[in-house]
Design a protein around this ligand. Structure first.
Ligand code: ZN
Length: 267
């Protein structure tokens, strides 16, 4: 069992995020990562704020305009999942796949999580658009109260930390507020994007991912064979080095590179 660093809920070792509060959980212990929960404000709110700034002289007038703008804003954001033609164009050549859906529903709220693997370099704008497209696809199958979309650059990383970050679509962008809206009440939800900004030159090669993945699988196997003791990591590294006909140092480099890559965020 592991515990959520934010709300202390007990979670399974395999948990990708806290089923209670939505905090991302990673089982890589030898490196602290700072989760910067920068909440993106909605463009509509920003436009209203900018409009306000633009003419401070006439306060009453501004208030009325703001109310009208907010009204228009909420009308257009009625479908928070809507993808514009420009956005469609932006991601049309990007290949990605949806790998499975997890059900974290409880009596008063439907909550799902999906893993998405993006097979090529992408930035936040592309991931935002893919999030909307994925949310639409999920919605076609099941209406929900909250959705977490986790992004990875290799399928091997699934369950080992979202390498590219995640998007949450929920009331106030907060997974733990799922039961404050009705199921399918999407106009009361918004996206909270927590993507990691990568230098794609540091991405692992396919071969490196094979080595990393073999190490992880062997570790798991050894741990399961004898649950009374913690596996000897050096022994595992030796075995993997032999298997791939390489040196212990090279295997260690790959493991470190993978951890650095998981948490890399240029922001
Ligand atoms: Zn939690």
């Amino acid at each position: 069992m592991s515990k959520c660093p934010k709300c202390n809920k007990e979670l399974s070792e395999e948990a990708k995020f806290c089923s209670e509060c939505g905090e991302e959980i990673t089982n890589i212990s030898n490196k602290e990562h700072d989760s910067n929960n920068t909440k993106n404000t909605e463009p509509n709110e920003k436009n209203v704020a900018d409009a306000k700034k633009g003419c401070l002289g006439c306060f009453g007038f501004i208030v009325i305009i703001s109310i009208i703008l907010a009204g228009i804003g909420s009308f257009f954001s009625n479908d928070v999942i809507k993808v514009t033609a420009d956005e469609k164009e932006l991601v049309k050549d990007i290949s990605y796949s949806i790998n499975g859906i997890g059900d974290y529903s409880f009596s008063t709220a439907k909550r799902y999580s999906v893993d998405v693997v993006v097979n090529e370099p992408v930035g936040s704008k592309e991931l935002e658009t893919i999030s909307k497209i994925v949310a639409q696809k999920v919605k076609e199958e099941h209406d929900f109260n909250a959705l977490i979309i986790g992004f990875y650059d290799y399928p091997e990383y699934i369950n080992n930390g979202y390498t590219l970050g995640k998007a949450t679509l929920a009331p106030e962008g907060d997974w733990s507020k799922a039961d404050t809206v009705d199921t399918g009440q999407y106009n009361k939800m918004k996206f909270n994007y927590e993507f990691r900004d990568k230098d794609w030159a540091n991405q692992l090669t396919k071969q490196e991912v094979r080595v990393w993945s073999a190490w992880k699988r062997l570790y798991k196997k050894v741990a399961e064979n004898d649950i009374s003791k913690i596996p000897d990591e050096n022994e595992i590294t030796n075995t993997i080095a032999e298997r791939f006909n390489t040196t212990v140092n090279k295997v260690e480099d790959v493991l470190n590179k993978q951890i650095d890559w998981t948490y890399e965020d240029k922001k």
